[in-house]
Ligand binder design. Structure first.
Ligand code: 1CP
Length: 343
C-alpha cells in the first residue's frame, strides 16, 4: 500500500510521507508559465489538461508522497452558482451573501455538471501518476469545510476577523444554518464525485475554524465534518480523510471525534501537545512554518528537526502548517525533503 495511505491507516511509517499545502503554485517557474497562458484562475481550475499539468509539476520536480488536486475551495460556491472572481494581487472576490434569498438562490442541482471538468482533472492526474512512474504517490482530493467556505461567501472575500460571518451565525441562526446545510450536502456530493473519479484520500480545509467560539466551533465545524465523514465512508468504505481545523488549538481534540483519519496542525500550534490529545493511531499532519522554508539554511533545520523528533514513532505526515508562499526558493524545498527523508 502507498506510504501516505498506510500512515492514514494508523501505521508509523518512517521516514514519514511528505507533501506541502499549495505545493503547486507561483513559487514554481513552470506553474507561472502555465498560469500566464490562461485568462484567470477559474479558467485554470476548469481546464482539465492544464489543471492536471500543474498538479503533476511538483511531483515531477520533488517526488512528493502526495499530489493534491489543483483547484480551490471556492470552486464549490462557484459550482452552486455564487459569483467568484480572483482579482490580481487581491485574492478572491465574491458577492456578499447576507440573507435568506441569497441562500435560496444557491442551486445544488447544477453542481454535478459544473464540477465535471474538475473530475476530468482527477482522472487525468490519476492516469498521469501511473504513466509517469509515480506509483507510490497518493492523489488527494479536497474541499473547503462548510464554515470556511461560508466565511468567504458571507464576507465577500478574505477578512481580518470574519466579523460578518460570526455576526450572522449569532443573529440569523436559521438562515446561517440553512447555508451550512446546503454547503454540507454539496460537499458530500463534490467529494464523493472526486473519489469516484480517482481521489484516494480526501482533505477538508477548515482554515478559519479558529475564529469561532467553542460552542459555535462544535456546531458549525465539528458537526458538519461528522456528517461529511459519515456520508463519505458509507458511500466509499475505507476512504481516508484528513481534517484541518486551522487555529483550533485544544479544540482539535473535538474535531478528531468527527471520524477523520488524520488531523492537520497549523504553524502556531505545538504539534507534540496536539498529538498527545489525539488517539495514538490517528495520523497527525504538519506543521512547519512556511516562512522557515523561505528562510532556508539553519532556520529551516532548526524548525524542521524538532517536528521530526516529536513525531517519530507515531503515524505522521510531514507538511507545512499553512500554504507555501510565492517567494519560496524552489531549492529550499529540495533541502527540506532531504532532511525529512533522512528521518
Ligand atoms: O494563480 C495563483 O497563484 C492564485 C493563487 C491560488 C492558488 C495556487 C489560489 C487563490 N488558490 C490556489 C490553489 C489552491 N487553493 C489549492 C491547490 C492545491 C495545492 O495545495 O497545491 C488548494 C488546496 C487551495 C485551498 C484554499 N484556497 C484554502 C484552504 C487552505 C488555506 O490556505 O488556508 C483557502 C482559504 C483558499 C482561498 C484562496 N484561494 C486563493 C487565495 C489567494 C485564497 C486565500 C484568500 C485569503 O487570504 O483569505
Amino acid at each position: 500500500m502507498k506510504r501516505l495511505l498506510r500512515t492514514l491507516g494508523g501505521e508509523a511509517v518512517w521516514p514519514p510521507p511528505v507533501w506541502l499545502m499549495r505545493q503547486a503554485g507561483r513559487y514554481l517557474p513552470e506553474y507561472r508559465a502555465v498560469r500566464a497562458g490562461v485568462k484567470d484562475f477559474v479558467a485554470l481550475c476548469t481546464t482539465p489538461h492544464l489543471a492536471a499539468e500543474v498538479t503533476l509539476q511538483p511531483i515531477r520536480r520533488y517526488g512528493f508522497d502526495a499530489a493534491i488536486l489543483f483547484s480551490d475551495i471556492l470552486m464549490l460556491p462557484w459550482a452552486l452558482g455564487h459569483g467568484l472572481e480572483f482579482k490580481e494581487g487581491e485574492g478572491p472576490v465574491l458577492p456578499k451573501l447576507r440573507d435568506a434569498a441569497a441562500v435560496a438562490a444557491l442551486d445544488p442541482a447544477r453542481v454535478a455538471d459544473r464540477v465535471e471538468p474538475i473530475m476530468e482533472t482527477v482522472r487525468l492526474v490519476r492516469a498521469g501518476l501511473l504513466t509517469e512512474g509515480f506509483g507510490d504517490t497518493t492523489l488527494i482530493g479536497f474541499a473547503g469545510a462548510p464554515f470556511t467556505v461560508a466565511c468567504y461567501m458571507v464576507e465577500g472575500g478574505g477578512s481580518k476577523d470574519f466579523a460578518a460571518v460570526r455576526g450572522m451565525a449569532y443573529s440569523q441562526p436559521e438562515v446561517f444554518g440553512r447555508l451550512m446545510d446546503v454547503l454540507t450536502d454539496a460537499s458530500v456530493e463534490y467529494l464523493s464525485a472526486q473519489v469516484t473519479a480517482g481521489a484516494e484520500a480526501l482533505m477538508l480545509f477548515d482554515s478559519w475554524a479558529g475564529v469561532l467560539s467553542p460552542a459555535l466551533f462544535r456546531k458549525h465545524c465539528v458537526a458538519p465534518a461528522k456528517r461529511i465523514v459519515a456520508a463519505l465512508k458509507a458511500r466509499h468504505p475505507g476512504i481516508p480523510l484528513i481534517g484541518f481545523p486551522r487555529l483550533a488549538g485544544v479544540m482539535s481534540r473535538d474535531y478528531a471525534a468527527t471520524g477523520v483519519d488524520g488531523i492537520g496542525v497549523d504553524t502556531g500550534s505545538d504539534i507534540a501537545a496536539i498529538a498527545a490529545m489525539l488517539p495514538p493511531r490517528m495520523a497527525v499532519q504538519g506543521n512547519l512554518d512556511p516562512l522557515a522554508l523561505v528562510a532556508g539554511g539553519s532556520a529551516l533545520r532548526d524548525e524542521t528537526m524538532p517536528i521530526l523528533d516529536a513525531m517519530r514513532g507515531r503515524p505522521f505526515i510531514f507538511n507545512l502548517g499553512h500554504g507555501i508562499v510565492p517567494q519560496t526558493p524552489p531549492d529550499h524545498v529540495s533541502a527540506l525533503l532531504e532532511m525529512v527523508r533522512a528521518g
